[in-house]
Design a binder for this molecule. Structure first.
Ligand SMILES: [Zn+2]
Length: 197
């Protein structure tokens, strides 16, 4: 059976914010003072964003999660659009602060962090690297989603520990709406699954 310790460990394990950094959009005024430095700022800005981790899954950055929808650099100003994984995810405020702090650390102080819902976040935005990190973290990554905005939970999710498909759904809702709990009959562990959404 599943030990309480294991259950607790899994419970504290996850909530994921997935963000694929799709575009870094530099709108540069030809006449803008200091505009030539914009290109040089892109790499530090990207690295800063990659340093912001999901508060509940510290192995994943918001870039891994596909949460960074858009970055605009215009003169001294930077606008970062964050698309939250779930409307109710409580970590949004913290992520917003972390993004501003990470950018301030590379000298970008004129930063606006917007929470956007267009494009909507879907679990398909989690990068391949992010999926691998999830698995290593003991959370089964989401498969392709089956319907827009619909929680579709497969019954036999591959176990992230041993890969077995002899697993069953234990609880549709884990610690958050984003996760369900499954049990693996081969390695006798319960694990969380990041639901495809
Ligand atoms: Zn297993």
């Amino acid at each position: 059976m599943v030990s309480e310790t294991q259950k607790r460990r899994n419970r504290t394990a996850t909530r994921i914010v997935d963000c694929r950094l799709s575009i870094v959009d530099c709108r540069l005024d030809a006449g803008a003072a200091g505009g030539s430095s914009v290109a040089n700022r892109k790499s530090p800005i990207l690295r800063a964003l990659e340093s912001v981790t999901d508060p509940e899954i510290p192995v994943l950055s918001i870039v891994d999660m596909g949460m960074v929808a858009h970055v605009r650099i215009e003169r001294e100003k930077i606008a970062v659009d964050i698309t939250p994984t779930f409307v109710g995810c409580p970590a949004v405020g913290l992520i917003r602060e972390s993004v501003a702090a990470a950018l301030a650390a590379v000298g970008e102080t004129d930063v606006t962090v917007n929470i956007v819902f267009d494009p909507p976040w879907t679990s398909d935005r989690i990068t391949p690297a992010g999926r691998e990190k999830l698995r290593e973290f003991g959370v089964a990554p989401p498969g392709p989603r089956c319907g827009a905005g619909q929680l579709t939970e497969p019954t036999h999710v591959p176990c992230p520990f041993c890969g077995s498909l002899v697993t069953e759904l234990e609880s549709l809702f884990g610690p958050t709406l984003c996760r369900s709990i499954h049990y693996c009959h081969r390695c006798l562990q319960s694990f969380e699954h990041f639901k495809p959404v």
